[in-house]
Ligand binder design. Structure first.
Ligand code: TXA
Ligand code: MG
Length: 319
């Protein structure tokens, strides 16, 4: 793990699929190339998160929204961006199809913000791609506001971009925009009053939860395929016709099934996490498949989060 102030080196680490901790005006983020699922999977491994929470994607120019948000982009996004970006406001909007389910935890929305910290902005700009980043702390720990806090966590990070100035220590406000509505999902630095001054109809999400809103943490939102999905932990299982099977390591015996997808050759959990959601999507879209089987992985390290998502995805089909 290197620590320093070399923005170009940090950006190079991102382009090569590495992890970089970087200062923002709210807290330190732990970033990876948002369009490199293997790199994004490393974030969850480093944080030792027991679940795949959706991540905030950090941008440095409004043009980057074109391939993060689904078209047409809601005008409220630009209204908010004009006043609050760059700055501590995160906007959740329907996602463009190319954004990985690992970034969004399988939701069909994605959270985006343009930070105002000058180091963060030039780091994202020099990386030449949007950066997916949660706060740079291990699960259950306080959000870091100094690079020493990040160092102390002892996570597997390629570079820590050091700058302890101008960090407020409280996370961004998260809002969801849809139609004519703007809803606060997480309170943060930008207050409700500030938002209402710009969009008078802004509301705070009602704590009991609104089923139409994507609000992980408040609602138990989770990805579940539209076809029956079963967990597989038996090597001798005989598959019915029209089965799609997802495995994580090459097997010696040949499987006679409609479609077989490997997420990894040797159960590398970073690869499994990176490829699991897209394998489920492929199976879901394949017209020749009626039911899906997915192999389980050992529940330790990143395997805890992988199994959490897998069990949630298969939950409604469990027998
Ligand atoms: O200030 C911040 O927002 C910091 C810096 C690094 O940008 N980041 C941060 O990330 O606090 P994290 O992962 O600790 O919190 C992300 C929040 C969570 O509350 C998550 O549920 C919400 O954003 N979120 C992300 N994607 C979402 C989505 N598609 N729908 C609803 N909420 C989402
Ligand atoms: Mg956090």
């Amino acid at each position: 793990m290197k620590i320093g102030t070399d923005i170009e080196l940090a950006a190079q680490n991102i382009r090569e699929g590495g992890l970089v901790a970087f200062p923002t005006e709210t807290v330190y983020g732990l970033g990876a190339d948002a369009f490199n699922t293997q790199a994004v999977a490393k974030i969850f491994e480093a944080k030792e998160r027991p679940t795949f929470d959706p991540l905030i994607v950090h941008i440095s120019s409004l043009q980057q929204l074109d391939y993060l948000f689904d078209k047409p982009i809601n005008n409220l996004v630009y209204t908010l961006a004009e006043i609050f970006w760059p700055g501590p406001l995160t906007i959740v909007h329907r996602k463009n199809i190319i954004v990985s389910g690992l970034v969004t935890a399988g939701l069909d929305t994605v959270a985006v913000r343009m930070p105002s910290h000058p180091i963060a902005l030039s780091f994202i700009n020099q990386s030449q791609r949007p950066i997916a980043a949660p706060s740079a702390n291990k699960f259950g720990q306080l959000s870091p506001t100094r690079h020493e806090h990040v160092v102390k966590q002892n996570m597997n990070i390629d570079y820590i971009l050091q700058d302890n100035f101008g960090i407020m220590g409280l996370e961004s406000t998260v809002v969801y925009v849809e139609g004519n509505n703007c809803t606060v999902l997480r309170p943060g630095i930008i207050t409700l009053q500030q938002l209402m001054d710009v969009i008078p109809q802004t509301k705070v999400l009602n704590k009991t939860g609104d089923k139409n809103l994507p609000s992980p943490g408040l609602l138990k939102s989770h990805y579940s395929p539209k076809k029956p999905l079963y967990l597989l932990n038996d090597d001798e299982f005989v598959f019915p016709d029209k089965s799609g099977v997802i495995l994580h390591a090459k097997k010696n015996k040949k499987l006679n099934v409609e479609k077989l997808i490997y997420t990894s050759k040797n159960c590398n959990l970073i690869e499994v996490a990176a490829n699991m959601f897209s394998a489920l999507h492929d199976m879901e879209e394949n017209e020749n498949i009626q039911q899906i089987y997915i192999e389980t992985v050992p529940e330790n390290g990143l395997g805890v989060a992988i199994m959490d998502r897998m069990k949630k995805a298969a939950y409604k089909y469990a027998v």
